[in-house]
Write a protein that binds this ligand. Structure first.
Ligand SMILES: [Zn+2]
Length: 83
């Protein structure tokens, strides 16, 4: 992708700081954001990550067993549910 020098989130709110190209956490994509919007994006991603880890500790470890507290009969859902 050719850098455009345009912040991806410039339509959302005012930009601040220089625009850089950032690699996503998965490493699969890159996106251009100003420093302000990249900071906001990081905060959101951190919050999402924290929420997931609270609900599903170790969810990002492939093949991890369900935690002790997970009770299929109780929860009414399966651990392996596809989302
Ligand atoms: Zn911006």
């Amino acid at each position: 992708m050719t850098p455009t020098g345009q912040c991806l989130n410039s339509d959302d709110s005012a930009c601040a700081g220089p625009v850089h190209e950032y690699t996503s956490r998965s490493g699969a994509t890159t996106s251009e954001r100003c420093e302000r919007h990249q900071g906001l994006h990081d905060e959101i991603m951190d919050a999402v990550e924290r929420g997931l880890q609270e609900r599903y500790p170790g969810y990002d470890s492939p093949g991890s067993p369900p935690p002790d507290w997970f009770d299929e009969a109780n929860a009414g859902e399966r651990w392996d549910d596809d989302y």
